[in-house]
Write a protein that binds this ligand. Structure first.
Ligand SMILES: Nc1ncnc2c1ncn2[C@@H]1O[C@H](COP(=O)(O)OP(=O)(O)OP(=O)(O)O)[C@@H](O)[C@H]1O
Ligand SMILES: [Mg+2]
Length: 110
């Protein structure tokens, strides 16, 4: 969540950032947790979207110098989600904004 929120704040100069969370019971005594971070920032085009979950991948070459970032955040989110048998998805439109959704199926505690 911190990585996704940092990105939303970094890449949104104007508009809004919203977070959402929901939890659904399943028949297998697990819960499906859905976390969403949505922004109205610069957005990401389709070509760039393909690589962003890889380590050190950034949409624009100027990102490192402009924002002082390394391109690791999304790859960390992706790997943490995978380690918890979860998933991450992105919907984005250049100039309109981005929505990142992480879904995790977790066992219910006693
Ligand atoms: N919410 C967003 N809006 C627009 N572009 C984004 C957004 N989130 C990520 N990106 C693009 O994806 C790239 C990769 O994101 P990632 O979080 O992996 O790296 P970073 O933010 O550049 O660096 P770090 O997270 O290591 O500080 C970013 O450099 C940016 O180009
Ligand atoms: Mg980041």
């Amino acid at each position: 969540m911190i990585n996704l929120l940092n990105n939303a704040i970094k890449f949104t100069n104007q508009g809004t950032i919203s977070i959402d969370g929901s939890c659904q019971n399943t028949a297998q005594n697990t819960r499906v947790l859905t976390l969403t971070v949505k922004d109205t920032g610069i957005g990401i085009n389709e070509d760039q979207q393909r690589h962003l979950f890889n380590a050190f991948a950034q949409a624009e070459i100027f990102t490192t110098r402009t924002y002082g970032s390394t391109g690791l955040g999304l790859s960390i989110v992706n790997q943490l989600s995978a380690l918890m048998a979860g998933d991450i998805n992105m919907i984005s439109q250049p100039g309109k904004g981005s929505t990142f959704t992480v879904t995790l199926e977790l066992p219910q505690s006693e």
